[in-house]
Design a protein around this ligand. Structure first.
Ligand code: ZN
Length: 353
């Protein structure tokens, strides 16, 4: 069977000003039969308090949908929401929040076979439309689990403009990381029987290009928010089409996973961790990181390891660990022996610039 018979696309992708205030109109434009179906809203308590007016409005528009504050972004939480959905004959789940909420709601919808409407409150990473959820499995250990992509994605540009700027920077980092991820994907295909899906490659490359070559430098402008939200969604769809995370995740993500798994005390967002990983990954791949460094400066992304309490020794250890966090994934790191002097030079360059 051709692998292309196996992907789904969202029915609706709306990126509009004040979209949350007329989400029911947007949804009814695309999927009219959803209106009137039993719906629940999944969010987090602090967001429910912060965006009381908008979330209450959405609930009213969807037949006084019950609003659920999830406890954590865990597998068990997703299962318990799915159980409620199945038992109470809920047909639609609306996820309103950042990556944690969206991943949990997406997975709950996947296992309960409910329609999933994704409404991000920030643009922190490309899990928006990806066919994966990152969930806590035991304690804080997290696993990336395959699932169905959203049926509808509604981005409220006012909401994103008011989100903390660090979240938007994280979304930028996750988008720029596609540069090194795509290099690693091609490299892997050249060394194995695996293939690069040209269309998924092109989508991910365009996602990267649209942000990297964007003339609008104001992260709170509507133009920039529209470009970034579509770039993140296209990254998710590239993964859906490829049937893997390869179009968006390479050695720079292995570095970020090494931090998440072995250095839990380091507080850094996913997107900034992969941005930080992209600079050394570029150098390992024999590409110049200069353009990327300039780009990060333009948008104020802080890739200095010291800002996050990462010492030179920790940095070297993170790259060692990056080799083993996802066994079987071929990247520029595969079979590579790190040269201490080179890592030290890269570290100091990142600290100084
Ligand atoms: Zn990512």
């Amino acid at each position: 069977m051709n692998q292309h018979t196996r992907f789904n696309l969202p029915i609706c992708l709306a990126v509009e000003d004040d979209a949350f205030f007329h989400s029911d109109e947007i949804v009814s434009r695309y999927i009219p039969d959803i209106i009137g179906q039993k719906t629940i809203i999944v969010s987090e308590q602090f967001l429910i308090d912060l965006y009381k007016e908008k979330i209450t409005d959405i609930s009213r528009d969807f037949g006084n949908a019950e609003i659920i504050a999830m406890n954590d972004a865990s597998f068990d939480e997703a299962v318990s929401i799915a159980k409620k959905v199945c038992i109470e004959d809920v047909k639609v789940i609306i996820g309103i929040g950042g990556g944690r909420v969206l991943d949990t709601a997406k997975y709950a919808a996947h296992i309960s076979k409910a329609v999933y409407i994704c409404m991000p409150t920030s643009l922190s990473n490309d899990s928006l439309a990806s066919p994966f959820s990152v969930l806590e499995t035991e304690g804080s250990a997290r696993k990336t689990i395959a699932c169905k992509i959203p049926t509808a994605i509604i981005v409220d540009t006012d909401m994103i403009a008011n989100a903390p700027i660090g979240q938007t920077m994280s979304g930028i980092g996750d988008t720029i990381a596609k540069h090194t991820a795509l290099f690693d994907w091609k490299l892997s295909a050249s060394k194995t029987s695996g293939k690069v899906d040209d269309f998924a490659y092109a989508l991910s490359r365009m996602s990267y290009d649209s942000v990297y070559h964007c003339d609008e430098k104001n992260m709170k402008s509507r133009v920039f928010i529209r470009i970034l939200s579509r770039a993140l969604v296209m990254g998710g769809l590239a993964m859906e089409i490829a049937g893997s995370s390869r179009p968006c995740s390479g050695s720079e993500h292995l570095f970020a996973h090494a931090i998440e798994e072995y250095y839990k005390d380091i507080r850094i967002s996913h997107g900034l961790a992969v941005a930080m990983g992209s600079i050394p990954a570029c150098i390992f791949q024999g590409q110049s990181p200069d353009g990327m460094i300039n780009f990060f400066h333009t948008y104020g992304l802080d890739f200095n390891p010291k800002s996050y309490g990462i010492t030179e020794d920790m940095f070297a250890d993170m790259w060692e660990k990056a080799h083993t966090v996802r066994q079987g994934r071929i990247t520029i790191l595969s079979g590579m022996e790190h040269d201490k002097a080179q890592l030290s030079e890269i570290y100091n360059r990142m600290v100084e610039s």
